[in-house]
Design a protein around this ligand. Structure first.
Ligand code: FEC
Length: 293
């Protein structure tokens, strides 16, 4: 009996020339408007992704650190780019694993997000190993404490953020928004932060209503109520990628400057050893292996 881990992430184009195929993958066959593609290429260009991606390098660091922590083979599989979840699964099976743990680097469950990862993993496994899949880990104490430690003692108004999704998920009873608010509450309580709020970010132009308030509108509202300093604490993401490095570090910062607001953001968990230990704890629990004290 042996174990392996497939560590899954959204995925990011490795080079600028990959962006059209990457965007097509996200759209899943639905057409991409040329101006939207140009806009996306420009965002990646401004993040310095010409021939290799600093964003994918972070995922690799996290994978390597998790593998070292668990002493179990860990393979990265991307939902929308390479290495694909199917490649990672094949590599996991090639180790002779009889159980594969599937962990997504996204803490919250939505029917529009997590089942897509699971389906790719299950299809690739094709019943050849037992699957121990982690559905969500939004209230994992180690994750909550790591975020709390990043905001504890701040005098700024804390804004927790996460990726928006089409508002129709609420009619389906999706737990996404509820889980996000639970994480925000747990983190704020642990950090003894009273002045906080939650907003969504990174809405896509798909032509339907998305969950709000959007961070840019929310900053305006905060300024109108007299806030002067804001600390952004993303809770729906765990690493520096486009949605952090562009949507927060460029767009939200520009908006804050226009409004005369001081805006900072917490350092993302990335491959922080404390965060990696938390991921290892989640995986061990899924595998039914006792965690180290
Ligand atoms: O760094 C990178 O290169 C990738 C950053 C990235 C992350 C991410 C996470 C999530 N997304 C979620 C949902 C949607 C839905 C659509 C959508 C579209 C995009 C586009 C890009 C993109 N997402 Fe993303 N997402 C990231 C990047 N996302 C690029 C397309 C261009 C754009 O809108 O700017 C709409 C799809 C459609 O058009 O039909 C829905 C969710 C997450 C968080 C959970 C997870 O990480 O899986 C939910 C990181």
């Amino acid at each position: 009996m042996s174990d392996a881990v497939v560590l899954m992430a959204y995925g990011s184009p490795e080079r600028l020339v990959d962006v059209p195929a990457y965007y097509a993958d996200i759209r899943g066959g639905r057409p991409v408007a040329p101006e939207q593609l140009e806009d996306l290429v420009e965002r990646y260009r401004r993040l310095g992704i010409e021939e290799s991606s600093p964003l994918n390098a972070i995922t690799e660091q996290t994978r390597a650190a998790l593998e070292a922590e668990l002493a179990v083979p860990v393979f990265t599989g991307m939902k929308h780019w390479t290495p694909r979840i199917a490649d990672a699964t094949a590599a996991a099976l090639a180790t002779g694993a009889t159980t594969v743990a599937g962990l997504v680097l996204a803490p919250h469950y939505s029917a529009l997000s997590i089942p897509g990862y699971r389906a790719q993993l299950e299809q690739a496994l094709a019943g050849r190993a037992y699957l121990a899949f982690v559905e969500s880990w939004h209230d994992e104490p180690g994750f909550v404490e790591l975020l709390a430690s990043r905001i504890r003692g701040t005098d700024a108004h804390v804004v927790f953020t996460a990726h928006s999704l089409p508002a129709r998920i609420l009619d389906l009873g999706d737990p996404y928004q509820e889980q996000l608010l639970e994480t925000a509450e747990l983190v704020a309580r642990s950090a003894h932060v009273q002045a906080w709020s939650f907003s969504f970010q990174s809405e896509s132009p798909t032509g339907e209503p998305w969950l709000g308030p959007d961070i840019l509108d929310h900053l305006e509202a905060l300024r109108a109520t007299g806030a002067t300093d804001v600390l952004i604490c993303p809770i729906g993401f765990v690493s520096d990628h486009l949605e952090i490095r562009w949507d927060i570090d460029v767009e939200a910062r520009e908006k804050a400057a226009e409004l005369g607001l001081q805006l900072d953001r917490i350092e993302m968990p990335n491959a922080d050893p404390t965060f990696v230990r938390t991921l290892a704890h989640i995986v061990r629990r899924a595998l039914g292996v006792p965690s180290e004290p």
